[in-house]
Design a protein around this ligand. Sequence first.
Ligand code: GLN
Length: 447
Amino acid sequence: QYFQRMEACEDKVNAFVTLDKERALAKAEDVQARIAKGETLGVLAGVPVAIKDNLSTKGLRTTCSSKMLENYYPTFSATAVERLEAAGAIVIGKTNMDEFAMGSTTETSAFGVTRNPWDLTRVPGGSSGGSCAAVAAGECAFSLGSDTGGSIRQPAGHCGVVGLKPTYGTISRYGLIAYGSSLDQIGPVTRSVADAALILEVLAGPDEKDATSVRREHYDFRSALTEDVKGLKIGVPKEYFSQGLDTEVAEEIKKALDILADKGAIVTEFALGLTEYAVPAYYVMASAEASSNLSRFDGVKYGYRTTVYDDLAQMYKRTRSEGFGEEVKRRIMLGSFVLSAGYYDAYYLKALKAKALIKERFTQAFSQFDVVVAPVAPTTAPKLGESLKDPLQMYLSDIYTISANLAGLPGITLPIGKDLKGLPIGIQILGDCFQEKAILKAAYALE
Ligand code: GLN
């Protein structure tokens, strides 16, 4: 059914880079045969999933939407993918993204843009735009994305689906091609909050292959799916509702807060503080980490290698010049600059300090509130081409999502309405570290 759906819309949406149809159909038949035999199957048995193309899949092309990895077939699967498959899910393909997850629109992909299924003249958001568009268009039951600065939550908002970024360390990053390792988290993109809770249960857990993964006390996320928000303390950072936020988006969020208040939640506005430092701190840190992580793509070990060169230095230079796109090069240059001798203290170290202070502000906020509610993006989905003209404007549009990554917090986005053009409007609910149940509960009450 999902492959049939793709026939109807994939040439317009372009959510996928690679499909794995034959293998997927064979696996589906196997599941059917096992059901017929009366076997007890995993909780996701036969459920078709699409995987963002920066997650390694054994024997299945994994490109990061970059020419650099155009012909890369991993010899292993990411732990997150293995866990889904162990629960019975069937990988049907790999989804388009901004190249190496750098971007907010899915337009920096080397394999063409993904279009927003609600309006094909608009972007789906990014960088997990393919994963979110695929779920919105009904081309898979759910998908995986990755979120370094909002890449699950923001496209989920623009596509009208549910996107969850768990607390840093909850899902193993093993096999996720690193962008900003201290910020990256994998998470599910689904059509409902209940699905997000279920899939998080499958994905979460410590992994000896990822030293930053953590063992948590509880993994029963579905027990949060009650509508009981009576007494739930909700903080609303007033800075997020000042200038720059579209009025239609602001109105829908206010309506959602009224619904929660009607159900007994206690909604309070407060000053979070330091919000103006999040974007600069993030772009310094993420670029610094990216410049280091992407140094492995040198034409020697794997991936693209230029064909014409005289010596090793020229081979490196041409490989990287030809293999990476504009945005990736911009980040590598910015990152190398802020890490270089003489500038490290002024930029990178300062960004680390800003990160620590921002985290402190959230810790203070969560001493008063159970969850914090915010917009996901300043506007609904922009037109194709707008952000490419003005990268700085694109960076600034990440204002509401990146703090969660800087502070390691969990966040969920769900659709709450549409604007006058019929485009989805999302809301974002953030929680303290390890408080996924609180955000799932608030989200469930709004669905
Ligand atoms: N838009 C942000 C960036 O370009 C976030 C991307 C992400 O979360 N992967 O870095």
